[in-house]
Design a protein around this ligand. Sequence first.
Ligand SMILES: O=C(O)CCC(=O)C(=O)O
Ligand SMILES: [Fe+2]
Length: 314
Amino acid sequence: MANEVQSSSTNPNSDTRALGKEALQPDHVLDPKTKSELTHRRLTGKSLSKKAFKFTLSSRIPSGNWKKIARGELLGEIVKGFLSLEDSQRIRENFEQSPALRRRTDGVPGETLGTDLYKSAPDEYLAKTLEVKSDLGRLFYGTVNVPLMLRESLQRTLPAGIVVRSAVHDGIEYNAVRGIRWTDNGAYSLKFHDDQAQLRDPRQRSMETYQVEYPVAFNVYPSVSEIGGDLVVYNIAPDDDTRARMGLDFTGYPYPEELLSEFSNVSVIPDPGDLVILSGRFIHGVTGIGGQNPRILLNHFGGFVNPTTFVTWS
Ligand SMILES: O=C(O)CCC(=O)C(=O)O
Ligand SMILES: [Fe+2]
């Protein structure tokens, strides 16, 4: 199968879901405690067909498939060699030497250069956006401006009248990118999550990103670890009910790994310079990291806020 990466392990139970036949008995047969436990712990939501649960492959520039990804109709695309190795190396150096690199304090173990909209109130996010703007700009010093290159390549695939731009709040443009290194130190360097719940924070109701139904992650990897660092994605986009039951309404992080085994999954092991485009509502995480090289990610988020406007943020 050329030009696509399909699910690597398909659980034979994936079509029957967590509650197998024996669990689907009349209510009075299950003791109430077991019943409530099962209902409480179950993941429900949208799964893609086998045909759509895959990453298409393209070379150097994204194909027009990202529009399907942004409608939640296709899982993703891997763009090989989006950045040259030379540019990747320079961005890695700029990232590692930046005085603005900060350990996150929002409960997600990692270091960010830039801004994390996750759990931020609008004023706080915008103040931070202005504060880091010049350091973030310096991440691309001596190389290419990655968010600009990305935005232009997306724009080129669109008909006239549809625009790709930074999200704006109170006259301030959100940052289009952040540099990240994940530091969780268990089996996963970034635990399983979705990228949409975080946009539902009630404090962010007035922000453009609150309107986004299907966020897309555009992840560029200037450096990858020799061991681990696989991006693992499961074929389930949880619904609001699931998030509410798990108390993850406004974070979507972290989902318990043991609940995912009934869904099929696909793993992506990026090479340096690759761009991975992912429909971010599908639960995903990153495996633990080892070896000498850091795993550095340039993460851009984007989403349609109406049929003619695609906004980006970080
Ligand atoms: O590091 C990765 O490959 C995925 C990053 C991610 O899921 C996120 O930033 O939300
Ligand atoms: Fe994510």
